[in-house]
Write a protein that binds this ligand. Structure first.
Ligand SMILES: NC(=O)c1ccc[n+]([C@@H]2O[C@H](COP(=O)([O-])OP(=O)(O)OC[C@H]3O[C@@H](n4cnc5c(N)ncnc54)[C@H](O)[C@@H]3O)[C@@H](O)[C@H]2O)c1
Ligand SMILES: O=C(O)C(=O)C[C@@H](O)[C@H](O)[C@H](O)COP(=O)(O)O
Ligand SMILES: [Zn+2]
Length: 363
């Protein structure tokens, strides 16, 4: 079965989910728009898949460039970005040509930023190959790279013209990557759609198999939350309530953990720790009750995700968190819950309170 969800922005685009849907890439390339060249930016793990995508495009007389970039987070830096620009320049890539991002969230974040920055913006299609990429990174138009000072500090909002989530590719996904992706799905459950949490609790044993129907259902539910949330606040202005910042639940602390670990921890794992931290913050601030705090630990524990972090490094984490994009002036801002599916901003939290929350998750 193929599911098609539309991201209802000014320029609506579809997220297609199903088996074998990569065959729909031709339809998204935009032959009527004068495309001559396609660049497929992919991780080494996706080299074979890149060849599969390339074949029909070459048959359509398109010039296809395969740009292989380093695996995972090591692709999200200025050197790799400059390498991609060089390939595009040498290939004579114009504004009517198209970029395809093929891989996990790190690859699609980089590919999207290449597309956003080349000639000030060319069209791009995302073909995510991890659960995390499908439910989150490939949708919504946040693109970017890391710098030495922190995660995703340079980037642009630039939306894809389409997203193809081919569930077949998940067969090769390692178990730890599946769990990491499910952390972002659980996040969608806490901030917006509690039926996600009910599903996780009802069938924990099916969650170890990336090709199970329950995982496919969770992916579709996660994408639905993401699409709805970004459509209401595409540029994260927060003009109309919390908006898109809700999707940053668990990320302020999580990104600081990723940086401290030199990106040797998976994004979803760090976000899992970050969600428990911020649930502790919300509980201590009187915003959520003990049951909801406990539910964070039970859901994330069911998924096999980490929920504690190393003690004694609060200063380092705290100074990294100050560069979080939600910070205003010198005031930290956290996404917290005021109850299940009721995300809110906690601005300028009490220093002792957040330190206590850190101590509660440290071991
Ligand atoms: N732009 C956004 O809105 C957004 C949202 C969430 C996360 N992100 C970013 O996404 C990144 C995390 O994405 P991720 O979890 O996909 O990690 P990732 O891109 O690092 O991929 C994880 C690993 O899985 C491998 N892999 C990918 N697909 C595979 C497959 N089908 N079979 C076997 N191996 C496969 C990759 O080669 C890599 O080693 C982070 O950089 C995070 O900041 C961005
Ligand atoms: O799409 C969003 O908005 C998100 O915040 C989704 C997050 O899961 C994602 O990790 C995002 O890249 C974090 O955004 P950042 O602005 O804090 O870098
Ligand atoms: Zn995330």
């Amino acid at each position: 079965m193929t599911t098609r969800l539309t991201v209802p922005t000014d320029r609506p685009y579809d997220v297609v989910i199903g088996n074998g849907v990569h065959e729909q890439l031709r339809g998204l390339i935009g032959f009527g728009l004068g495309v001559l060249r396609v660049a497929i930016i992919h991780s080494p793990t996706m080299a074979k898949q890149a060849e599969i995508l390339r074949e029909p495009l070459v048959s359509d007389a398109l010039e296809v460039h395969l740009i292989e970039v380093p695996d995972g987070e090591s692709a999200k830096n200025a050197d790799v970005l400059a390498f991609c620009w060089k390939v595009l320049g040498e290939a004579g890539f114009t504004r009517s040509d198209v970029i395809v991002g093929l891989g996990g969230g790190a690859t699609t974040d980089l590919a999207g930023f290449v597309a956003a920055s080349w000639l000030r913006g060319v069209r791009f299609v995302n073909v995510p190959t991890t659960v995390l990429g499908m439910v989150d990174a490939a949708v919504g138009g946040k693109t970017g790279i890391n710098t030495g000072e922190g995660k995703n500090l340079v980037g642009a909002f630039h939306e894809p013209v389409g997203v193809l989530c081919d569930l077949d590719v998940l067969r090769s996904l390692p178990a730890a990557e599946l769990r990491s992706g499910l952390a972002e799905v659980a996040k969608c459950g806490f901030i917006a759609d509690p039926t996600i949490l009910d599903l996780i609790e009802a069938a924990p044993e099916s969650l170890a198999d990336a090709s199970s129907p329950i995982v496919a259902e969770l992916i579709a539910k996660g994408i639905t939350v993401k699409a709805r949330t970004v459509a209401g606040d595409l540029r994260e202005t927060g003009d109309d309530g919390i908006g898109r910042e809700a999707l940053n639940y668990g990320h302020t602390f999580g990104h600081a953990v990723e940086r401290f670990e030199h990106y040797r921890i998976r994004h979803g794992e760090a976000v899992s720790i970050g969600m428990v931290f911020v649930a502790e913050v919300a509980h201590r601030a009187g915003r959520i009750d003990q049951d909801l705090l406990d539910r964070h630990r039970s859901i994330l524990g069911t998924l096999g995700l980490p929920m504690t972090y190393r003690p004694g490094i609060w200063e380092a984490l705290s100074s990294t968190m100050r560069l979080d994009k939600k910070t205003r002036g010198d005031q930290l801002r956290f996404v917290v819950l005021d109850g299940l599916a009721r995300p809110a901003i906690l601005a300028g939290p009490d220093e002792q309170l957040i330190l206590d929350a850190y101590r509660a998750i440290s071991s």
